[in-house]
Design a protein. Structure first.
Length: 506
């Protein structure tokens, strides 16, 4: 080393003057037992409930059971490589998840890591997975509609932005289809959609991704998947991660739609976790706090007052029933937490009524205030008409000869059932809904053969879009149907009848 001694001395003095003694203290414990996604750790005296812990091999865990002398923690990664005696370090923070615009169009896991093979996601913000729900003062009542694009839902069980609407029914009754249709219908509505898959097959998630991609919905959507192959702790935190990302967008004043598919599997994952942690089982072997599990999740969905950002989170939790039993433990819990439910029935589904919404058991407790004026005005009698039709239908099974008034009422009911049938992934605009509902409720379709009703109604909506686009545009923009609009629908209906009636005799 060449240099003058004075220079070397001055450099050394400068380095010494800048030297700062820092003591890094970290609290560590050691693994006593590990297995089934649960580890028991000894020596972490000051650990917090829900704190993130880190193992030697980089795997993280959540502190779930705080006992004298030991901590029971749920592993958020593989347990392979973790052995008895391994060191465990406290992180001093709760679990969080990355959030940001960069996540739109991506498929992520419960910890926010990408799993779609499209490279890393570069976000700067993080959100705590567990967070207290917004208070009463910061909230605003639900007044803005969230259009699902499904005629039966928007007409009779309307959903508002900031509402929690449960979708409940047996397996294979179209629960996920309603949620996916709703996401597809948010195109151009400035709503961000998050689909949380809990305990689903990877092939099912891939199918949903393809449906959303094909419909152009992935531009404004995020899919968060904790598949059936993931350990119970990862499935347990998945919906909380999803709502944490939703809260990030809500804080920016945006409207978010989040689907939890499904909370039955979430409850099973939590039951598994609790039993492995040796917590006392209660009804159906679920732990005592299973109600709180879902209430603290769904309470985070709300509509904020303008002075607090004005954003909203609309939640569509899904629950699977066994043989139509809505009085089971988890279904009754979630029904009591949410602001209404869409009840899907196997018998309706198998008889070809799809979406298979049972109008009698479905209800929206707050959505009525948010319903579009035109739909509310036209569909006011729809629920009663359908209920009377179902009653009459049962009664006529015992009678063979019917008078003309009864036959007319039955035909009208059958036509209403027909117009409410809707194919998968074909959401409707408000204007199309108004045209079809107006024609059906005003009995403009009375001379249309029952089996041709749906075909005619959809054709009428197409004809209105072609011949009277200004009327359709006015309905879509204002949400109201003017007397001129009513007249236009009547005229178009008569003209369209003349055009297609020749084919009815064929």
């Amino acid at each position: 080393m060449n240099g003058k001694p004075e220079e070397i001395v001055s450099i050394l003095k400068e380095e010494i003057s800048q030297y700062e003694q820092k003591t890094q203290v970290s609290e560590t414990g050691s693994v006593v037992q590990v297995g089934d996604g649960i580890a028991t750790v000894y020596g972490l005296e000051n650990v917090m409930y829900g704190e993130l812990l880190e193992f030697e091999n980089g795997v993280r865990a959540l502190a779930m059971n705080l006992e004298t002398g030991s901590v029971g923690c749920a592993l958020l990664g593989p347990e392979e490589g973790i052995e008895e005696g391994d060191l465990v370090r406290r992180t001093g923070r709760r679990a969080d998840v990355p959030a940001g615009e960069e996540m739109l169009g991506r498929v992520i896991d419960a910890l926010g890591n990408p799993i779609d093979g499209k490279g890393p996601i570069h976000t700067t913000a993080t959100m705590p997975i567990e967070r207290e729900a917004s208070g009463v003062v910061t909230r605003k009542s639900v007044t803005v509609p969230l259009q699902t694009g499904i005629l039966a839902v928007d007409a009779m069980v309307p959903i508002g932005r900031g509402q929690r609407e449960l979708i409940i029914g047996d397996r294979q009754t179209g629960k996920t289809s309603i949620a996916i249709d709703t996401i597809l219908n948010q195109k151009g509505q400035d709503v961000i959609c998050i689909y949380v898959a809990i305990g689903q097959k990877n092939s099912t998630v891939a199918k949903i991704y393809n449906s959303l991609e094909k419909g152009g919905a992935m531009e404004y959507s995020i899919i968060l998947s904790a598949s059936a192959s993931e350990p119970a702790p990862v499935q347990y935190i998945a919906p909380y991660s999803g709502v944490a990302i939703a809260e990030y967008f809500m804080a920016q004043g945006k409207d978010v739609l989040i689907v939890y598919d499904d909370l039955s599997k979430h409850a099973v994952a939590y039951r598994t976790l609790s039993l492995l942690l040796r917590r006392s089982p209660g009804r159906e072997a679920y732990p005592g706090d299973v109600f709180y599990l879902h209430s603290r999740l769904l309470e985070r969905a709300c509509r904020m007052a303008p002075q607090y950002g004005g954003g909203s989170i609309t939640a569509l939790p899904i629950i699977e029933t066994q043989a139509g039993d809505v009085s089971a433990y988890i279904p009754t819990n979630v029904i009591s937490i949410t602001d209404g439910q869409l009840y899907l029935e196997s018998n309706l589904f198998l008889s070809g009524v799809r979406p298979a919404v049972n109008v009698g058991l479905s209800v929206s407790r707050v959505g009525g205030a948010a319903q579009t004026k035109a739909v509310k005005k036209i569909a006011g009698s729809l629920r009663i008409d359908l209920a009377q039709f179902r009653e009459l239908e049962v009664f006529t099974q015992f009678s063979s000869d019917l008078d003309s008034a009864t036959k007319e009422a039955l035909d009208h009911g059958n036509r209403l059932v027909e117009i409410l049938k809707q194919p998968l992934y074909h959401p409707m605009s408000v204007a199309r809904q108004v045209v079809i509902l107006y024609a059906a409720t005003q009995k403009l379709l009375a001379d249309v053969p029952v089996e041709r009703t749906r075909e005619f109604a959809w054709g009428l909506a197409d004809a209105m879009e072609e011949t009277r686009p200004e009327v359709m545009e006015a309905i879509n923009s204002t949400g109201e149907l003017s007397p001129e609009g009513e007249q236009a629908i009547r005229e178009c209906c008569e003209a369209y009848k003349k055009q297609v009636s020749a084919t009815w005799q064929a």
